[in-house]
Design a binder for this molecule. Structure first.
Ligand code: FES
Ligand code: FES
Length: 174
């Protein structure tokens, strides 16, 4: 284990949205703050800062993680995807498209975190029930929408997936 004093910084190297970042960070810096302040990826929102609202969710090695509950140094040598990594070739990710079509966002504060959890969820649930979607969303707070449009949007993408349209984590349909 690396021993560092409070004022020291540690060099970390990781891949975010396919790009390699090598930065020096304070050991106590949260991953959410690192993404926003050091990497300029402010699409990851910070709400409660203690693991309750889900707004800061990103994918770390493919798993949905609350970035306010992880130190940046713990993310060394991982691959991270943030909401900025979803759209590809100037096309929105199918989930982003469906959120627009189903009016699944209003202020949009919760949206990046819900999108990232939904990507992971749909990767492991090819034919989810509405109850499973609601269970997944139980880790996310949305103050605006009432969740109806969000559920519809995820169901829409799931049904396209079921029809054989494979959706990968980078937003491509293949
Ligand atoms: S800001 Fe991380 S869970 Fe709320
Ligand atoms: S759209 Fe405003 S908090 Fe969800």
């Amino acid at each position: 284990m690396i021993q560092v004093s409070r004022d020291q910084t540690v060099e970390i190297r990781l891949k975010i949205n396919g790009k390699v970042y090598q930065e020096r960070v304070e050991p106590r810096k949260l991953l959410s703050d690192f993404l926003r302040e050091d990497c300029g990826l402010s699409g990851t929102h910070v709400g409660c800062e203690h693991g309750v609202c889900g707004a800061c969710t990103v994918l770390v090695n493919g798993s949905a993680v609350r970035s306010c509950l992880m130190f940046a140094v713990q993310a060394a040598d991982t691959e991270i995807m943030t909401v900025e990594g979803l759209a590809a070739d100037n096309r929105p990710h199918p989930l982003q498209q469906a959120f627009t079509e189903c009016h699944a966002l209003q202020c949009g504060f919760c949206t990046p975190g819900i999108l990232m959890s939904s990507v992971e969820f749909l990767n492991s649930h090819s034919d989810p029930t509405t109850d499973q979607i609601k269970e997944m969303l139980s880790g996310h707070l949305c103050r605006c929408t009432g969740y109806k449009g969000i559920i519809e949007a995820i169901e829409k993408v799931a049904s396209r997936q079921k029809e054989g349209e494979k959706i990968d984590g980078s937003g491509d349909t293949v």
